[in-house]
Design a protein. Sequence first.
Length: 184
Amino acid sequence: MAIERDKALFAILRKAITSQRRIKLEYYNGKGEVSKRIVEPTKLAYRDRAWYLAGYCLEKKEPRVFRLSRMKRTELTGGFFEYSTDMEAPLFPLDGDYGVYTDVKLEFDTSVAYRLYDAFEEDVMKQVGDKIHVEMELPESDWLYSFLMSFGGHVKILEPVSLKENLRKRLLSALAQTEDNWRI
């Protein structure tokens, strides 16, 4: 069922991008809030195991990126648009207001390299011995903490120290939530 929906969605988006036609959709953001949008789509991108649509959102009056799995009731409209580079949305951040950006230095085990290629551009990754270092500016947000925790013991935060300490606090809080479950 999901495969058929995905095929239909891709067909709509390809047609919209190549013919420069607007689409309308319902979009569920990271907080679960739904909004109706009209978008002038410019490109599709695959990142961190998910597909995204970049385009210009007429409601927000700015370039945006939408995760395809959060797009519902997507259809072509009769409206056409003229492409402009001003409509290009950066593929990071992916959506939402992520807050203050911080210079981050991370070290990953090579065993998770396949995930890094989905998440980052090659120019921010560097092989250092048997590790991969990633240096870039990232938003210090719930998204970043969840992303880092998803790597388990395969990531080390080199900088900033505040990111390392905040992640430690979050992990201890999560552990405290499960303490009752660990008692025999």
